[in-house]
Structures are given as structure tokens and as C-alpha cells.
Write a protein that binds this ligand. Structure first.
Ligand code: HEM
Length: 152
């Protein structure tokens, strides 16, 4: 799926990557020095990451239509999709834990850091699969460019 000839998914993915990276760091920092403003930043950037990631997932799902369903590229795309969906859930849990739970404050804080930490690490793995789709299989690369390049 393209806008003005540019694929939409890679236009969006940088935002949740940055927001969730900042969120993971801020959750850790907030627990270390218990600053309310850093805790607020963690929640806000996490929420922003969740919203833009939803749009990115929608664009990614539409991009899947261009991949042959029996190809190696589709296998990689499926891994990428499942990992990124798990990342989304990890950061959603971190947000829920940092907003309100029945848990006491410090337990919720540690659980939020754990969820954000796992989400952050998985995001690196999912990003690696996503990059393979573009740089190894030429997904979302213009057909004429793909024909020029040696992608075999
Ligand atoms: C339903 C979920 C998703 C699907 C089906 C999906 C699908 C795809 C596809 C087909 C590509 C290769 C073509 C393209 O870039 O358009 C790709 C690349 C990529 N995706 Fe996803 N994606 C999903 C979610 C996400 C999320 C949430 C993120 C980031 C947090 C993400 C990060 C990336 C990255 C970094 C690349 C490589 C882009 C590049 O290097 O230019 N994806 N994804």
C-alpha cells in the first residue's frame, strides 16, 4: 500500500520504535528515582507508540497481499507479524500496569518494567525479520527496481 508512490508501513514504523524505546527507558528511570514526571512521560510515549503501531499494523497487513502465500518471504512476514503483535501486547500490559491495577505500586512498577523490557527486546527481533523482508526479498520495493537488483 503506497501514498504518493511511497510504501506506508515503513513511513509509520519508526514512530512506535522510537516511542517504545523512550518508554522502556523511562519506565526504568521512573522506578529508579521515582520521579512522577518521568513516569508520566513513560505512559504518554507508550500510548502514542500503541496508537501509531496500530496504524502501522494495518498498513503491514495490507502489504501482505503483495506476498506470495507459499513463499519464504511469507514465512518471514508471518514471524514478523506475530512478534510485532506480541510487542504491542507487551507495551499495552506495561501501560495498564502503570495506570491502575490491584497490585501495590512497586510490584506494578516492576511488572511494567518487565513487560516493556521484553517488548523492547522482541521489537529488535521483529525489526530484524521486517528488514529481511525489504532487503532480502525486496518486499515493497518498486518492481522495476527489484528487476534491476540481484535479489536472488
Ligand atoms: C500486523 C502487523 C505487521 C505486519 C503484517 C507487518 C508487515 C510488514 C511487511 C510486509 C514489511 C515489508 C514491507 C514494508 O516495509 O512495507 C515490514 C517491514 C518492517 N516492519 Fe512490519 N508489519 C507489522 C507490524 C510492525 C510494527 C508494529 C513495527 C514496528 C514497531 C514494524 C516494523 C517493521 C520494520 C522496521 C520493517 C522494515 C522496514 C524497512 O527497513 O524499511 N512492523 N512489515
Amino acid at each position: 500500500m503506497r501514498i504518493f508512490g511511497h510504501p506506508i508501513h515503513p513511513m509509520l514504523v519508526h514512530f512506535p520504535i522510537v516511542f517504545w524505546t523512550v518508554a522502556a527507558g523511562a519506565y526504568g528511570l521512573a522506578a529508579a528515582d521515582a520521579t512522577e514526571s518521568v513516569a508520566l512521560i513513560a505512559k504518554l510515549v507508550n500510548g502514542a507508540g500503541l496508537i501509531i503501531a496500530m496504524l502501522a499494523m494495518l498498513a503491514g497487513l495490507l502489504e501482505l497481499r503483495s506476498i506470495d502465500s507459499s513463499s519464504e518471504a511469507m514465512r518471514v512476514a508471518t514471524w514478523h507479524m506475530m512478534i510485532m503483535a506480541t510487542v504491542w501486547v507487551c507495551f499495552l500490559l506495561a501501560l495498564m500496569l502503570s495506570i491502575s491495577t490491584g497490585l501495590d505500586h512497586s510490584t506494578a512498577q516492576v511488572a511494567a518494567i518487565a513487560c516493556a523490557g521484553v517488548g523492547f527486546l522482541l521489537m529488535g527481533v521483529g525489526g530484524w525479520f521486517g528488514a529481511r523482508l525489504v532487503y532480502e526479498f525486496g518486499i515493497a520495493v518498486k518492481k522495476e527496481r527489484r528487476d534491476d537488483a540481484d535479489l536472488s
